[in-house]
Design a protein around this ligand. Structure first.
Ligand SMILES: [Zn+2]
Length: 305
């Protein structure tokens, strides 16, 4: 069963207690309710049950389901939820709506990253009905009644990623734009999968710092309060990891060796307690490799083992 905790007034964090990749989901209440990052289909079932049983919330009164981006651990279950709750509206970054309506490309990407049988764990990805989608771009506002969520377009982790700034708490639902935060060790670990762009990521962090959020509601692992320092640390890691990975790629090192270098880096600079399997270093190495290929820093054929 999921764990539910109140992280600010009328904001609930729902931890699905899964043993494979998941995001935290957040239920945000104004006069209307929004569920941010419902997760994969497997996760979404658990989250909904927790909302009903632990929070005694009537799901038929849910107005919005808002994935910060379309990665499976944030949005895989949105198509299922849309069918189950036809009243719900789903904001999606305007130029990527076609992938939500026809998820063939998302499904292919997940097969490449998590294997042919990814759906055995995560559940299937269903198309999101177009009539339930609301196109959003940076600067738009989602009005929950007495509470506004402002859309902050935030590229870098993914091209279609946005954060949500909550005017009531002053907090920022930052998705994966600022890495993952592990409160028990006060550690930030960046996550940079396929589609990642280092420069855009760094620009996004500066943009988010300029908002001076009061709280950071991370999609992975917890809530951070020392917000400017956490954002600064994410930027340092992005640069450091870029340097480490590029140097290693140029000498022809393979992915496993580079993952080990990053593991050492995070153990030394963040915390010895960090668990290898929850840092997703394989995804980060793959994301940087593709980024450096795109920039022409390394050859397309360079070291893919
Ligand atoms: Zn992501």
């Amino acid at each position: 069963m999921a764990r539910v905790s109140q992280v600010e007034e009328n904001i609930y964090e729902i931890h699905p207690e899964l043993n494979f990749m998941f995001s935290l989901s957040y239920l945000v209440l104004g006069e209307r309710a929004a569920l941010i990052d419902p997760g994969s289909a497997t996760q979404a079932d658990i989250v909904l049950r927790a909302i009903e049983e632990i929070l005694d919330f009537d799901l038929d009164s849910l107005s919005y389901i808002i994935p910060t981006h379309l990665h499976i651990d944030h949005a895989g279950g949105v198509g299922h939820l849309a069918r189950r709750f036809p009243q719900v509206r789903i904001p999606v970054y305007e130029r990527h709506i076609r992938y939500a309506i026809d998820p063939a490309r998302l499904i292919d990407g997940n097969k490449q990253t998590f294997g042919e049988n990814f759906a055995d764990k995560f559940g299937t990805i269903l198309p999101v009905p177009e009539e339930q989608i609301i196109a959003v771009d940076g600067g738009d506002t989602i009005d929950l009644g007495g509470r506004q969520l402002k859309v902050v377009y935030s590229r870098g982790h993914a091209n279609h990623h946005f954060c949500l700034h909550d005017d009531k708490s002053g907090g920022l639902f930052c998705g994966d734009a600022l890495g993952m935060y592990y409160p028990e060790v006060d550690g930030v670990v960046i996550i940079c999968p396929e589609g990642f762009d280092l420069n855009l990521s760094l620009q996004t962090i500066e943009q988010l710092r300029s908002l001076a959020p009061q709280v950071l509601f991370y999609a992975h692992e917890g809530t951070g309060r020392e917000t400017d320092d956490l954002m600064r640390r994410a930027a340092v890691e992005l640069r450091d990891c870029g340097d480490i990975i590029l140097a290693a790629l140029k000498t022809g090192e393979g992915s496993k060796q580079i993952e080990e270098r990053l593991n050492q880096y995070f153990k030394e600079n963040v915390s010895k307690e960090l668990k290898y399997e929850y840092m997703y270093l394989d995804l980060t190495v793959a994301g940087y490799r593709r980024y450096f290929q795109k920039c022409g820093e390394i050859q397309l054929s360079g070291g893919t083992n």
